[in-house]
Design a protein around this ligand. Structure first.
Ligand SMILES: *Cc1c(COP(=O)(O)O)cnc(C)c1O
Length: 251
């Protein structure tokens, strides 16, 4: 696993922002607790994935030291660098970016979860490439419920056959579904998307697939996602503050 090994020293970073992160993290956990209360769910039933894309290692450490252990990254080169720097910490890394065939090798070696699986070719590659000394890679299939061709995810009609095919791959564990509603749509429209993902998960369970995860909800819409059954919310801005633009030499 040489790709995942420790490399260079952390960069310097604004101490003021770092100090705010534990408070922001706890505020986010409170938000989750209030949202689960409001719909009669347990706070423990919803996991917080801290989305640290574009943020430095120091920010991740400051959330980690405040008790957060699952982090989500979108940009592979940036993520590999951070994973290497934090190799001594038992962090659970989630790949939430777009998959491409040339990324499956590193993703299969350096992450515990993949949230955006959208085709069988990538699933087969991930399963073949997953090192035997690691536990199976936990995967969610991304479903495109907004109908926009530019958005990631598989069309709902194609979900069941893909889920069946992924579920039998030896080095993957199919955990459930992920979606991203159009950020510009109304709260009602976003909530309808979350409800639809919940129904798709129920359909997979009715088809005897052993799935338990709904990865949905971000900083702007976590209450709606939790009300519709989210089991993992992916939160960036609320914890780490606004992001700088996506790094250039990356994808
Ligand atoms: C960036 C990102 C998030 C976090 O979004 P925020 O609005 O900053 O909370 C969640 N999921 C995915 C797939 C993302 O790319």
């Amino acid at each position: 696993m040489s790709e995942c090994r420790r490399s260079s020293q952390p960069d310097t970073h604004n101490i003021v922002i770092m100090k705010q992160i534990p408070d922001r993290l706890h505020a986010t956990l409170d938000r989750i607790a209030r949202a689960t209360d409001a719909c009669g769910r347990n706070a423990d039933d919803v996991r917080l994935l801290a989305v640290s894309k574009t943020k430095p290692v120091e920010d991740i450490l400051s959330a980690y030291n405040a008790g957060q252990n699952a982090f989500g990254e979108n940009y592979l080169q940036e993520a590999l660098h951070k994973i290497a720097q934090l190799a001594d910490h038992p962090i659970e890394w989630h790949y939430i970016g777009r998959l491409q065939s040339n990324k499956t090798h590193d993703v299969s070696r350096c992450f515990a979860w993949v949230h955006g699986l959208e085709n069988l070719k990538h699933a087969r590659r991930l399963s073949e490439q997953r090192p035997s000394k690691l536990p199976p890679l936990q995967v969610c299939i991304q479903v495109n419920l907004s109908g926009e061709a530019s958005k990631g995810g598989i069309a709902p009609e194609a979900l069941l056959p893909l889920a069946r095919a992924v579920a039998i791959l030896p080095r993957l564990t199919l955990r459930g579904l992920m979606t991203m509603p159009n950020p510009n749509s109304s709260n009602e429209a976003q909530r309808a998307v979350f409800a639809s993902l919940r129904e798709h998960l129920a359909r997979l369970r009715n088809a005897d697939l052993d799935v338990d995860t709904l990865s949905m909800g971000m900083s702007g819409d976590l209450e709606d996602a939790i009300a519709e059954g989210a089991t993992i919310v992916r939160i960036g801005t609320d914890i780490f503050g606004p992001r700088q633009p996506k790094p250039t030499a990356d994808g």
